[in-house]
Design a protein around this ligand. Structure first.
Ligand code: 5GP
Ligand code: ZN
Length: 113
């Protein structure tokens, strides 16, 4: 198993687990781009958005729900935050395990890349 996020799920790569249930876990990004920068992932290895089956779509709603709760916990719910899911090479996805970024705690760029 070489996927870095699967290794975090398995506890083989240490990370501060901020939330977990049967389907999803969340942890801080190792290289934060904002004062709050968390990663929310499905525990199941889904390579990217482009690999999501129709029956798997509810996981995205669940990830958004957890992100909203974590935004409250981290104190950025009122000030604002951004959820980002990059997909594929030109989408800027580096880790090939579906993940959502939660960014907040500073004024983010007005452009989307
Ligand atoms: P991507 O560019 O694929 O959307 O984002 C991958 C993110 O995962 C990057 O922001 C990177 O800093 C983060 N990351 C990569 N490896 C690790 C790791 O081992 N632990 C944690 N916590 N984050 C990681
Ligand atoms: Zn994986």
């Amino acid at each position: 198993m070489e996927c870095i996020f699967c290794q975090i799920v398995a506890g083989k790569v240490p990370s501060e687990i901020l939330y977990q249930d049967e389907e999803v876990i969340a942890f801080p990004d190792i290289n934060p781009e904002a004062p709050v920068h968390l990663i929310i992932i499905p525990k199941r290895h889904i390579p990217s958005l482009a690999h999501l089956s129709e029956w798997e779509l509810p996981i995205i709603g669940h990830m958004v729900d957890i992100a909203n709760q974590l935004a409250k916990r981290k104190g950025v719910s009122e000030s604002g935050y951004r959820l980002v899911i990059s997909c594929g090479k030109e989408g800027g996805q580096l880790v090939p395990h579906l993940h959502m970024h939660l960014l907040g705690g500073r004024k983010l760029s007005d452009t989307l890349g």
